[in-house]
Design a protein around this ligand. Structure first.
Ligand SMILES: [Mn+2]
Length: 428
């Protein structure tokens, strides 16, 4: 509760005295007909409140916080479980005031009256966007009466997303837990995978590992055997695992809104085949170097460019590419085999918020940032690659905390060396 209050105070201290910030909860989403998706709070709203109900609005003035939320409703509680309710919100969430959500619309003119700037995540909720704009406009037109409304609307990403980029102690603790649960799943897969199982059976092993520790999937798990690994967002997961195939698993747990994001690529049998091993070594070597480089002062862009160099050099060694490293980087020939970035921010969102550029320049890493490091190589089944490599897809992805010293790999419990993986696959 204190951590959420601290975050609100940080937002408030960045605001001018006459500003106001408004944050809206996520809408409930329909899956089909009258069945809803499991509710997930908007990440920004959760970051500032720790409150996981729908139909809520947080209003931050420079020295006061007001939470609008649903009144308790015994009938709704019978169907959907307990609601916090207005009466308990101040004590539970440490906001200064709690009010019925039904009064938000009537209160809004007073909230916006005589404000200079409004911080608001516009573009996410058309109806709310329109209502806020109209109300602001109406106040501005009343200037003859001496009133005014906010003439500047600032996207609150500029405040909040910069904060979210640097993780606080509580977030790092939860990220460690999400990483640990994610590790459970990958370790179970290394042990339980057998030829002739289906990809969906492996997916069920992932679900079991996550749910038994009260976590959920951070994103739909990718379980891709053989050439399916070359489909970057393969989530059908319905094919049978063959002999001497590689299995690429990209799966991460979400624990209390914090996310893991890990990929491992391991053999369906006991060992990697020779072309699989050669490719794996190129990717692993690039990944280990990229992790070592993830220190304060370097940008994600630089890490990516250096990783591309390592992968291209490996592709030349494998005789998939010919010519020099520079020529291949210049021509972009490698993009057929490496078409994604080397990493992204990670946190409350899997592809977490926070700008990758500052003042038009790639942003430098700072302690407290968390990112993925995930190089890969994907060889299509065509003439562009030597026969032996066709259909091989490999990605190795870990979650890395930038510290003032060496980077901390949050997901280091999951083996990735060929030796370690083959030992587990052989039942050693
Ligand atoms: Mn990722």
């Amino acid at each position: 509760m204190q951590a959420f209050a601290n975050r609100r105070h940080r937002v408030q201290s960045a605001m001018n005295k006459n500003d106001v910030a408004i944050f809206i909860s996520a809408p409930a989403l329909i899956r089909s007909n009258d069945v809803h998706h499991r509710f997930r709070q908007d990440s920004d709203f959760y970051y500032l409140t720790g409150f996981d109900e729908e139909e809520a609005v947080l209003v931050l003035e420079s020295d006061r916080s007001i939470l609008y939320l649903r009144k308790r409703d015994p009938e709704k509680e019978t169907w959907n479980g307990p609601m916090l309710g207005v009466d308990r919100a101040v004590a539970t969430l440490a906001v200064d005031e709690a009010r019925d959500i039904n009064s938000f619309r009537t209160d809004l003119p007073a909230i916006l009256k005589n404000r200079e700037s409004l911080y608001y995540m516009f573009g996410r909720n058309r109806e709310m966007d329109g209502f806020l704009l109209e109300t602001s406009d109406r106040l501005l037109r009343r200037s003859r009466a001496g009133d005014f409304g906010p003439s500047r609307i600032i996207h609150s990403a500029v405040l909040l997303h910069e904060m979210r980029l640097i993780k606080d102690a509580g977030e790092i603790e939860l990220m460690r837990e999400a990483a640990d649960i994610t590790a459970d799943a990958h370790l179970a897969l290394f042990e339980k995978t057998r030829v002739s199982m289906f990809e969906f059976e492996l997916e069920s092993i992932i679900h079991e590992a996550f749910r038994r520790r009260n976590a959920t999937e951070a994103y739909p798990s990718i379980v891709a055997a053989g050439k399916n690994a070359c489909i970057l967002h393969y989530i059908k997961n319905d094919e049978k695992i063959g002999q001497d195939q590689l299995i690429l698993v990209d799966a991460g747990a979400e624990k209390q809104y914090m996310n893991g994001d890990v990929t491992r690529t391991y053999p369906s049998g006991k060992t990697y085949t020779s072309p699989q091993r050669d490719t794996y070594e190129v990717v692993l070597n690039a990944q280990l170097k990229a992790i070592d480089r993830t220190v304060p002062g370097i940008s994600m862009e630089e890490v990516h460019n250096l990783t591309v160099r390592d992968l291209v050099s490996g592709l030349i060694d494998l005789k998939v590419l010919s010519g020099s490293v520079d020529e291949n980087i210049e021509s972009g020939s490698f993009r057929k085999f490496y078409m994604h970035r080397t990493g992204h921010w990670l946190g409350l969102d899997v592809h977490d918020v926070g700008s990758y550029n500052v003042d038009g320049m790639p942003r430098k890493m700072e302690p407290g940032m968390i990112c993925t490091v995930e190089p890969g190589l994907y060889f299509p089944e065509d003439e562009s690659v030597p026969q032996a490599f066709r259909g091989i897809g490999i990605r190795i992805e870990d979650d890395v905390l930038v510290t003032s010293g060496k980077p901390e790999v949050l997901t280091s419990r999951i083996p990735k060396s060929i030796k370690e993986i083959e030992a587990i696959r052989s039942g050693a």
